[in-house]
Design a protein. Structure first.
Length: 138
């Protein structure tokens, strides 16, 4: 069976982005190797690399309810803006898709990160007939 091992994410400041994600997820960034700063998330590393210009990425992290609570608390304590939806609607709210909870936030380079407590189904639950339908909460 195949599985994802690592993904390279470009960043204006690779250490800033790696430390930012590490703080939110409660894991360490680094050590730097070659020109990457990795953040290990389970069995996968997010390898931040310095870049001047790049397309923005989206990464979603499946976390436990306890990890979600801790991460959301760190987001709020740090004053990081967060949203219920990927289009940045529902500021200061979370979603409750698939019977779980989810939240979106931007990293310092503008990448959109997401925390979810339940995996997505075949079709994202919040989309009905091409329109976003939110199940939000605080």
């Amino acid at each position: 069976m195949s599985e994802l091992n690592h993904i390279i994410v470009p960043a204006r400041d690779k250490w800033e982005s790696a430390r930012f994600l590490g703080r939110i997820l409660g894991v360490e960034a680094g050590p730097e190797w070659a020109h990457f700063v990795p953040v290990r998330v389970g069995r996968v590393t997010i390898d931040f690399d310095a870049a001047e210009s790049f397309s923005l990425h989206h990464c979603a992290f499946l976390v436990s309810e306890t990890e979600f609570d801790a991460a959301l608390d760190r987001i709020k304590t740090a004053g990081i803006e967060f949203f219920a939806e990927f289009d940045r609607t529902g500021p200061g709210e979370i979603n409750r898709n698939y019977g779980g909870r989810g939240v979106y936030f931007d990293d310092p380079s503008g990448h959109l990160f997401e925390l979810i407590t339940r995996p997505y189904g075949d079709v994202p639950e919040q989309w009905i007939d091409g329109k976003a339908v939110r199940a939000t909460g605080g």
